[in-house]
Design a protein around this ligand. Structure first.
Ligand code: PMV
Length: 318
């Protein structure tokens, strides 16, 4: 049996993080320059049903049955077995790897889940639909942080720009003019679980104030969708600035993120903001394509440990 391979891209959130947890819309896009990969190989030498799980980057090489309950990889494998109705699969080795930086707001966990669910279900002869893959990846997101909106698993499963509202079917939208984003990594690990619960605690104390902020974020997100659909990129940049100011206000920025956002602006970006949970991790800057290398260099000078340049197109990989 030939090895089965599946990949899944990273992602950025263009608008609406945190507010999306509270039912407001958000916009996200895949990042194809980085990806997670899962390879499933038959292992005829092993006893029937044996599943060996390898993740060399984190030094994992163990039998599936020895993974602790609730382990993200075990959850995906079990989910595939349950939904395929198989009680026993041919002995195999599953190897997962990723070029998506971890704990950086680029969706590394969700991408591993999606790649693994795709490759393993295909190996089992019961390829799951995108909807099933998305549901499974969402279950794993809940292990990472209790109240995920589901935006990460959704944009990564469908691998196209999406307008997302929690618990609603995804909406595609048109990208009138492809646009260039420079991603800058602060190198500071970011815990989405921590920033999400930080925001929740503050929301519980000042509910009206926070609901007002989330309303404003939702309003900006809708304006941004309209601007993207009309190719008004400078306006999109301005809206990113406004979204960042609100994220700053709810306390999820950091000195390093501020430094990079400021450096991107100074180098001529149309707008910049943190992307994802915040507290560290990545920021994004919307730029004229010709200016991208200059903005990337400015970010490195301002302390970024890594930059990526990506193009957001209607549905094709950059
Ligand atoms: O996984 P991250 O760091 O990209 O954050 C996801 C976005 C949040 O809105 C902060 C959380 C969520 O579940 O939507």
């Amino acid at each position: 049996m030939p090895a089965i391979t599946a990949t899944a891209p990273g992602k950025i959130i263009l608008f609406g993080e945190h507010a999306v947890v509270y039912g407001r819309p958000a916009i996200a896009a895949p990042v194809f320059q980085v990806s997670a990969r899962a390879v499933v190989m038959a292992n005829p030498g092993a006893p029937a049903g044996h599943i060996q799980v390898q993740a060399p980057e984190i030094g994992l090489d163990t039998a599936f049955t020895d993974l602790p309950a609730g382990h993200p990889l075990a959850t995906v494998i079990m989910g595939v077995l349950l939904s395929s109705g198989l009680t026993r699969v041919p002995a195999c080795t599953i190897r997962v790897s990723s070029t998506i930086p971890m704990a950086a707001g680029l969706g590394s966990g969700a991408a591993i889940s999606v790649a693994l669910a795709r490759a393993f279900s295909t190996f089992c002869g019961k390829s799951l639909s995108d909807a099933d893959i998305n549901d499974l990846a969402y279950e794993v997101e809940k292990i990472h942080h209790g109240t995920p909106s589901g935006i990460d698993n959704t944009v990564i499963t469908y691998a196209m720009p999406i307008y997302f509202v929690r618990s609603q079917p995804i909406e595609r939208f048109s990208v009138a003019r492809p646009f260039t984003i420079v991603i800058g990594d602060t190198g500071c690990p970011a815990s989405t679980a921590e920033t999400v619960s930080y925001v929740r605690a503050a929301w519980q104390v000042e509910r009206t104030h926070y609901e007002g902020i989330f309303d404003r974020v939702g309003f900006l997100t809708n304006l941004a969708r309209d601007a993207i659909e009309h190719g008004e990129l400078e306006k999109v940049g301005d809206l990113m600035e406004q979204n960042h100011a609100l994220l700053y206000e709810i306390g999820v920025s950091s000195p390093e993120l501020e430094e990079l956002v400021e450096a991107a602006r100074a180098a001529g970006a149309w707008g910049a903001k943190l992307s994802g949970g915040g507290g560290g991790g990545n920021m994004i800057a919307l730029v004229d394509a010709d200016l991208a290398p200059r903005v990337a260099a400015a970010l490195m000078e301002a302390g970024a440990v890594r930059t990526l340049i990506t193009t957001i197109t209607p549905s094709n990989p950059a």
